[in-house]
Design a protein around this ligand. Sequence first.
Ligand code: ADP
Ligand code: MG
Length: 361
Amino acid sequence: MARVQLKRISKKFGNLEVVKDLDLVVDDGEFVTLVGPSGCGKSTTLRMVAGLEEITSGELYIGDILANRIPPRERGVSMVFQSYALFPHMTVSENIAFGLKIKKRSRGEILKKIEWAVNLLNLEGLETRFPKDLSGGQRQRVALARALVVEPDVLLLDEPLSNLDAKLRLKMRAELKRIHKRLGATVIYVTHDQVEAMSLSERLAVMYEGKLVQVGSPLEVYNSPRNMFVAGFIGSPSMNFFDSKIIKKDGSLFVAFEGFELAIPRSCESKYSGYLDREIVFGIRPEHIYDKRFSKTESSSGNTIDAVIDVVEPLGDRDIVEAKGEGVNFTLLLEPEAKAAPDQPTSAVFDMEKSHVFDKN
Ligand code: ADP
Ligand code: MG
């Protein structure tokens, strides 16, 4: 197993720099996900680790060895792509055995490994089938099996679940977690799906326009997003943002909007005091705005907006609700018991303890 270190890694295609000074350490046995919108440089970064893309500048270490110039096959990494290309003319077993044959392992060892992988990935009974006779999920698992049997120090996975239907994707997520726990391999996973990233990883590395913006555990990133991009990208539905200003009246701080003010409780004054008299963006997640009847924080005139419900999207366990009040539109999550319906009034309680403030610049 091995630690992977990226030191100021950059990648240019011609004059276009698509990965910029990326610094990241993935510990031995850790599961880290590169997450960010399409085109932000995730696959390019992963391909540089795999050796499929030349590194323009910076240093890549796998274990303690400088790997920039090491050929892909000698890096001890296995990669699974989004379009998991299985060899169509080979059976499941032959596909799985491919990497081992190249490495000239003995027949006995190859058979043992196939059995192990088939068992691990629940592929029993499919060994002699060809890829065309497999479902998407089964093909996906064969691709994983093929990557795992060579016992890579580092497993690189690029959107490996994106071609699966929703139900199977959930199942494979759990399966991947189990495999990781069992094998203890270092995993670098790439996805644009923030929910998948949150649910799978020990740490997230959030990328935006070729740069790493924040690295942390899923909860750290969710609770303390470094900037508005991360705040809006991590969490579903997305955080509400309001242009506003921090003001002081009679010794108390307020978030001031066009026509109304939200009182900042003493307990979170320190978060806001540095922004006094400045234009800010106030952020609050939909799950931290409550209907007064079900509020998880005390409601008062200082934190409650009388609003009217506009649109309701029922999810079963909760409703995503768009509402409008005091001249602002916002999204909140309500329990089904609130019986949210369009045009119905709601007293929306803002949980100021869970709010966020961003410098407008
Ligand atoms: P992601 O995986 O995050 O969606 P990619 O790493 O695939 O993003 O791509 C990052 C950027 O680099 C994109 O703007 C893409 O168009 C560009 N890019 C990727 N590969 C090449 C290439 N071979 N030549 C030129 N530009 C490329
Ligand atoms: Mg990609």
